[in-house]
Design a protein around this ligand. Structure first.
Ligand code: NAD
Length: 480
């Protein structure tokens, strides 16, 4: 196993950052873990120049099957260091170690292997055309790399979300500059060590930790960056879209959510309650697809509310490294305060707090999970909280359920709980969301396209959509 570094991974070497350092904090204790090098705009210039050289030289020279082999080699190394990577995420994010081990790291491995398979299967098409002023033609398309891609990553699932960006971008021949989030850098720096060990040419993958407004901003405005693949808040996404206009960068924006979970009266209730609780409390509710609006048919409303109250009270909030823990701390103090502020707002607006919503005493940023009985008009049911706070809302018929589900600015994901197959299809078709789970909250996999409608974003990642999103189409017409 390699030792985790705290420096920038720039043009194949490890170096300090022009903007000094920032502090990584352990959210379970509030204490500093280490200082991490912080990149400035000059470091971004250096990285873009190195990425451009790789694209014109050593990386371009690696044949498609060789690119696939490198991705498989990286997946092998991630498998070897899976324990370390999951530990770093538990330490820095507070996610329970078991959750990071069971989901975040395997999901990264899955993305690397899935796109390793694509690397030598990215083909153009031969086009039937009407010819050129009476002469016949042979026309075809090429799918080419976009170029230098900035992958800007949030803190809530760093390795998993980076995998959605890195693997398809590399499989299709791009060079990637990674900007991790300030609160979640260490696991990505360890991954950079594995990139180096796997033998990717210098400049193909670089990692620039830093502050969003400095490093992220410099990447978004840089004329040598051809695409920004961003996951994070809707507000930052808007800013990146504006900044990307300088050179018409391609953008993929995976933004926030306020996803509904619709529980019909014919649902398998124990599964629905268990799944709805998973959608509320996984990763402390710091999940873009968190199912925080639980819409329930009035016939089963009381049973679901009781079930979710019991599920919240059964959560074990504590040390992420303790095997019994199901919920760790929130990622930092301001996130904890934001979540507690929403709980107060919910109470002040007249929603009924059924359980939880209080800070846990002692060090660290722990909060007891909260369940409210409320309406779709309450602020807690309209805005993304990004914490373990759910609102349970009644409905009387399918049309009302769909109207309530769609009555929100976001449109990332939705879950439908029913045993009626026809209802499953018709409600799925009517919901305004990029990904629908029926009888399972937020199914994820490298083969399944992911992304949102409305304020939840632009474009799709994963699956074949991920290949398309990382390539440009060039049309070649030969007049015969
Ligand atoms: P954030 O927008 O604050 O930060 C995300 C990243 O952007 C960080 O690396 C940050 O440093 C960087 N950044 C900040 N300002 C920037 C700027 N001006 N220019 C360029 N980069 C900048 O988001 P966060 O708090 O890290 O993450 C939480 C958000 O991410 C939530 O809204 C959540 O819903 C969303 N999210 C969405 C998905 C999805 O797939 N749709 C997945 C996970 C998280």
């Amino acid at each position: 196993m390699t030792t985790t570094t705290t420096e920038l991974f720039l043009d194949g070497s490890w170096t300090g950052g022009g903007a000094g350092t920032f502090t990584a904090v352990n959210p379970s204790t509030g204490e500093a873990i280490t200082e991490i090098a912080s990149a400035d705009a000059q470091d971004v210039n250096t990285a873009v120049a190195a990425a451009t050289r790789a694209l014109r030289g050593d990386w371009a020279a690696v044949p498609p099957s060789g690119k696939g082999a490198l991705l498989h080699r990286l997946a092998d190394l991630v498998e070897r260091d899976a324990d370390t990577l999951a530990r770093l995420e538990a330490l820095e994010l507070g996610v329970p170690f078991g959750f990071a081990s069971a989901l975040f790291v395997p999901n990264l491995i899955g993305s690397l292997r899935y796109y390793a398979g694509w690397a030598d299967k990215v083909n153009g098409e031969v086009i039937s055309s009407d010819g050129y002023f009476g002469a016949p033609t042979h026309a075809y398309t090429r799918r080419e790399p976009i170029g230098v891609i900035a992958a800007i990553v949030p803190w809530n699932a760093p390795l998993m979300i980076l995998g959605w960006k890195l693997a398809p971008a590399l499989a299709t021949g791009n060079a990637v500059i990674v900007k991790p989030a300030e609160d979640a850098t260490l696991s990505i720096l360890h991954l950079a060590k594995l990139v180096q060990e796997a033998g990717f040419p210098s400049g193909t993958v670089q990692v620039l930790p830093g502050i969003g407004a400095v490093t992220g901003e410099a990447l978004a405005v840089h004329p040598g960056v051809h695409k920004v693949s961003f996951t994070g808040s809707t507000e930052t996404g808007r800013r990146i879209l504006r900044n990307s206009a300088v050179n018409f960068k391609r953008t993929t924006l995976e933004l926030g959510g306020k996803s509904p979970q619709v529980i019909f009266e014919d649902a398998d209730l124990p599964s629905a309650i268990q799944g709805a609780a998973m959608g509320l409390f996984s990763n402390q509710g710091q999940v873009c697809a968190a199912g925080t609006r639980i819409l329930v048919h009035r016939d089963v409303y009381d049973a679901v509310l009781d079930g979710l109250k019991a599920a919240a009270e059964a959560q074990v909030v504590g040390d992420p490294f303790d095997q019994a823990t199901t919920m760790g701390p929130l990622v930092n103090g301001s996130q904890r305060d934001k979540v507690l502020g929403y709980v107060e707002k919910g109470k002040a607006e007249g929603a009924t707090l059924v359980t939880g919503g209080s800070p846990v005493g002692g060090p660290g940023f722990f909060v007891n999970p909260a369940v409210f009985a409320g309406t779709n008009e309450h602020t807690i049911a309209r805005e993304e909280i990004f914490g373990p706070v759910g609102t349970v809302i009644p409905f009387d018929n399918d049309a009302e359920a769909v109207a309530l589900a769609n009555d929100n600015d976001y449109g990332l994901a939705a879950t439908v709980w029913t045993t009626d197959l026809g209802r499953a299809h018709s409600v799925s078709a009517a919901l305004q969301a990029g990904a629908i789970g029926v009888n399972g909250w937020s199914p994820l996999g490298p083969q399944l396209p992911w992304g949102g409608l409305k304020a939840s974003g632009v474009g799709r990642e994963l699956g074949y959509e991920g290949v398309l999103a990382n390539t440009e189409v060039k049309t070649v017409t030969i007049v015969l």
